[in-house]
Design a protein around this ligand. Structure first.
Ligand code: ATP
Ligand code: LTN
Length: 334
């Protein structure tokens, strides 16, 4: 049996190399060994204020970046969350099987709500919508960065709870697929290595966006904070900034942390940063070129229409089964 994989990315800002190294790169590997669905989760982005025009544009751009990064629409299903209304319907049904207490414990909710002037109910129930995304497709595996681990555990808890209640496997219980930190699971902000790189961060100086032009990448890496001392070696606790830059270097160049350490022994931060900028620019160059090609009118739209067609029947099968078990009446046709 081929495994089924599902993952989502929010159109809440310009995608960063954190998104690329922690998530998208793994999506492209998984598409060869599993049945994959990759979703632009626009409904999730609505949990905090969004400018409608920007949201519209970013939604298309995230889908283009998926494909530009190597997701092949012939192998994987690429679609927009709001195009399959079953996500919102399932989310409501699962909210009625979720507890306020467990949602209150979500660290992402605590962090994000503390930064908002007003906190929407959607920000609070966000992880339930994520559980709906995953459970609708009877997903085996969910590739995400480390920040999503807690949300995934909640999705598992909800699935197990519902299955137990009905004494039947209504939902497959999904497994996380989270790379360790040195494999990109948590890329940190270049200006503050205690914070993860986040596309919705207010100040973009600490982010490298996948679509950043070379001079912006060079500038951001040049001004990245470093640690005291001059040596280049991996020590997550005492040299968090350099360790983060080393992980980015390693993943973009396919060199191990040891090789990088040896190469820059005694050469100081200046040369290292210069070379790192080049390695990142070269990693992103082909992605940016493909992105341009995918920006021709109609290209991504056709991919997304086809994606919705493949995703919707899968989602409806699970939704209808759950509706039936809950005692909801099927559609009555006259
Ligand atoms: P936002 O800032 O809006 O919360 P985000 O940049 O955290 O967004 P998401 O859309 O929430 O990005 O996440 C998309 C995928 O990228 C998820 O699998 C997430 O775990 C992963 N990801 C996000 N940031 C990082 C990071 N800094 N390092 C590794 N993976 C990341
Ligand atoms: N919450 C995730 C995005 C997301 C997701 C999903 C990831 C929404 N639905 C389903 C995996 C599976 C985030 O903020 N990174």
């Amino acid at each position: 049996m081929v495994k089924r994989v599902f993952s989502g990315v929010q159109p809440s800002g310009s995608l960063t190399i954190g998104n690329y190294l922690g998530a998208l790169r793994n999506f492209t590997k998984l598409q060869h060994e599993a049945e994959c669905l990759f979703c632009v989760v626009d409904l999730h982005a609505l949990t905090v204020p969004q400018d409608p025009k920007e949201l519209y544009q970013r939604t298309l751009d995230v889908a283009r970046i998926f494909v530009a990064c190597g997701i092949d629409p012939k192998l994987a299903t690429v679609f927009i969350q709001s195009h399959v209304p079953a996500h919102a319907e399932m989310s409501w049904l699962l909210e009625c099987s979720s507890y306020v207490g467990e949602l209150r414990r979500m660290t992402q909710y605590k962090e994000k709500s503390s930064k908002q002037e007003v906190v929407t109910a959607g920000l609070f129930t966000y992880p339930v919508l994520m559980a709906a995304d995953i459970l609708l497709y009877q997903t085996d595996e969910v590739p995400v960065g480390e920040d999503q681990k807690q949300h995934l555990e909640l999705a598992r808890d909800i699935a197990i709870r519902v299955n137990n209640r009905f004494d039947e496997e209504i939902f497959k219980v999904p497994e996380p697929y989270i790379p360790p930190k040195i494999a990109g699971g948590r890329i940190m902000n270049l200006q503050d290595p205690t914070e993860k790189m986040s596309k919705s961060a207010e100040n973009p100086r600490g982010n490298i966006a996948i679509l950043d032009p070379p001079d912006a990448i060079q500038q951001k890496i040049r001004s990245a904070v470093t640690d005291s001392g001059r040596e280049i070696y991996y020590d997550e606790e005492n040299k968090a900034a350099i360790s983060n830059l080393m992980v980015i270097y390693s993943l973009c160049s396919d060199q191990s942390l040891e090789e990088i350490q040896e190469r820059y022994a005694g050469s100081g931060y200046g040369q290292f940063k210069k070379d790192l900028a080049e390695v990142v620019v070269e990693t992103l160059r082909p992605i940016q070129e493909r992105f341009e090609e995918l920006s021709r009118p109609g290209v991504i739209e056709a991919i997304l229409a086809q994606g919705r067609k493949k995703a919707e029947p899968l989602a409806l099968a699970t939704l209808e089964r759950f509706q039936d078990r809950l005692g909801l009446l099927p559609l009555l046709r006259s």
